[in-house]
Design a protein around this ligand. Structure first.
Ligand code: 5RP
Length: 260
């Protein structure tokens, strides 16, 4: 089977219809416009940072997929690492690739995490959570010494906000949380999987909040996270150390350093 078909099958199996339709549609649309190429180029560059003996964070999504595959190939060739995954989907892929997994009981930091993003602005503010894994992704990112974001270059934007901000909320009282979020000036949709609410790996809901262009991401992040019932939001502020962007038309990946 061609690689592109294979990744579609793997993602479809990992995110069966009814569990994460939103993510599957997103992956499918993205692959149709060939962004898969940019994703793979970025991921291949990122795995060059991996060294023997490291503890790694494994991201989630169709870009992180290529990084996990790349690390798996390195393990096959003798690399010794251990890892924590940011979702059940990535955990399953890591197992399939024979990447040893460790729980947080055994470690208190990760050397490197490689993860994707939905939008990246010039100050390295990120929107993440298109795949619904933002809470685990942020826990892992917060324990990471060197956080590498890999994207196809269409994700590099001047200002965040074209991609709706995913907010993970407790199902209990979510209607109240929704009203409080709406009061911040967004239009909002609860993410669905078929005719049922989409549930994260942590059994929470995702509210996708469209704010339009976001003038001040750190300030909005504070306002959103202050709302009781919000488990985590998709803003990743001041976390990424480098961003690696691949172009769908090929060529070398661009490694962007964190702006000072
Ligand atoms: C999952 C994420 C993903 O990293 C983000 O949605 C990017 O996905 P992809 O690499 O498939 O474009 O945050 O929660």
């Amino acid at each position: 089977m061609e690689t592109e078909d294979k990744i579609k099958v793997i993602i479809r199996n990992s995110y069966p219809y009814g569990r994460n339709l939103y993510f599957w549609q997103k992956c499918n649309a993205r692959m149709e416009n060939s962004a898969i190429n940019g994703k793979k180029i970025a991921a291949n560059k990122a795995v060059e940072y991996v060294r023997n003996g490291m503890t790694l964070g494994l991201g989630t999504g169709s870009t992180a997929y290529w990084a996990i595959r790349g690390i798996g190939d390195m393990v096959k060739n003798g690399l010794s690492v251990r890892a924590i995954a940011t979702s059940i989907q990535s955990e399953e892929l890591a197992r399939e690739m024979n990447i040893p997994l460790v729980p947080f009981t055994e470690i208190d930091h990760l050397d490197i995490t490689i993860d994707g993003a939905d939008e990246v602005d010039p100050a390295f503010n990120l929107i993440k959570g298109g795949g619904g894994a933002l809470l685990r992704e942020k826990i892992v990112a917060s324990a990471t010494r060197f956080y590498i974001i890999i994207v196809d270059e269409t994700k590099l934007v001047k200002q965040l906000g074209r991609f709706p901000l995913p907010v993970e909320v407790a199902p209990f009282g979510w209607e109240l949380t929704e009203r409080r979020l709406t009061a911040l000036g967004c239009t909002l949709a609860r993410r669905m999987a078929g005719d049922k609410p989409f549930l994260t790996d942590n059994q929470h809901y995702i509210l996708d909040c469209s704010f339009g262009t976001i003038a001040d991401p750190p300030q909005l992040h504070r306002q959103v996270s202050d709302i009781t019932g919000v488990m985590e939001d998709g803003f990743f502020i001041n976390m990424a150390n480098i961003v690696i962007a691949g172009s769908p038309s090929g060529g070398d990946a661009r490694v962007l350093a964190k702006p000072q």
